[in-house]
Design a protein around this ligand. Structure first.
Ligand code: FAD
Length: 288
């Protein structure tokens, strides 16, 4: 199924993100993650592209295919273009076609200062235009409630987001955030600019203080006092931090649903236990 169709019922879409196994991992870890996630009945599962992912049989494309064929769940394959040429992307289009992949989250990818980027696709919008003209794939894109780190201000970033939507992104998934009011501000601005595609809120449960501090320093998410207090109090106690992180994420989701969000995309970090706890505490809210 094409992902934008999921939003037509008006129900709050609930989806998961997973990543392929690291270089020293195995395909078994993917099955373990998917076994733990699939009975939670997500509307779709997306699979990241990039770091790691070189385990035979467990590339982004192959996992997206397994999700669809073996778990009968919709999937999205992420794809970045910063280090790709047109020939590389032509090959991906062919592989997606042969694998029955229908949905792609088209991304530029982060620029690694140690690797000279290729210049065929400067932005995700260029990747979408190129692939859309050559395939029947459905495209999703990334968006940034607090602005992308390279952009001077949120308004300019939203102007650029509009270009991505006009190029063919039919659905957006947001960067993680901990302050729902930042997300609501972003939605208001995006809608006022005429961005009318479904926008899912990206939620990352904070269950490991160090990991979240690293993420936040990379993406620049603001931290409300309610959140920093949790980290200060429970950051050194893994069990307490896990419980507090799960409760905080569930709270965020309930507030988002009450405010009519199109969907919630849970960054599972391949941890079915946490996804299960959160899903169980919000399932009735998301259904109603
Ligand atoms: P773009 O949309 O190209 O935007 C990048 C910057 O360029 C922004 O500052 C934007 O304002 C500006 N810009 C965009 N279009 C234009 C234009 N036409 N003219 C001028 N300026 C423009 N990374 C991975 O490596 N693998 C993944 O699987 C992955 N998954 C992700 C999933 C989500 C939901 C999100 C939010 C991010 C993900 N990322 C992933 C990270 C992403 O690759 C980085 O955030 C990257 O820096 C930007 O990618 P983008 O597709 O948003 O880029």
């Amino acid at each position: 199924m094409k992902i934008p169709d999921l939003f037509k019922s008006g129900k709050t879409v609930f989806s998961f993100e997973i990543f392929p196994p690291k270089k020293d991992g195995s395909i078994e870890t993917v099955y373990k993650t998917l076994d733990g996630l699939s009975d939670l009945n997500p509307d779709f599962i997306s699979v990241t592209y990039g770091a790691g992912g070189s385990v035979p049989g467990a590339s982004t494309r192959e996992i997206a295919c397994i999700i669809k064929e073996k778990y009968h769940t919709n999937s999205i394959a992420h794809l970045t273009c910063v280090n790709s040429t047109k020939e590389d992307i032509d090959r991906f289009i062919e592989e997606f076609k042969l694998s029955g992949i229908e949905n792609v989250l088209a991304l530029r990818g982060d620029i690694n200062p140690e690797i000279e980027p290729k210049h065929d696709f400067p932005h995700a919008s260029d990747l979408i235009s190129y692939m859309k003209a050559r395939s029947n794939l459905s495209f999703s894109g990334a968006c940034y409630p607090e602005g992308h780190t390279e952009c001077d201000n949120l308004d300019e970033d939203i102007e650029n987001l509009k270009i991505k939507v006009e190029a063919g992104a039919e659905h957006l998934i947001s960067q993680l955030f901990f302050d729902n009011s930042a997300f609501y501000r972003f939605i208001d601005k995006a809608r006022a600019k005429g961005i009318n595609v479904p926008i899912e809120a990206g939620i990352m449960p904070c269950v490991n203080a160090k990991q979240i501090q690293r993420m936040v320093s990379m993406c620049g998410a603001s931290l409300p006092q309610k959140f920093t207090r949790l980290i200060a109090k429970y950051g050194e106690n893994p069990e307490a931090m896990r419980d507090a992180g799960i409760a905080y994420a569930a709270d965020q989701i309930i507030d988002l649903a009450a405010n009519g969000v199109d969907g919630v995309h849970l960054y599972t970090m391949n941890n079915p236990y946490i996804a299960r706890k959160i899903s169980e505490s919000v399932s009735n809210v998301l259904k109603s």
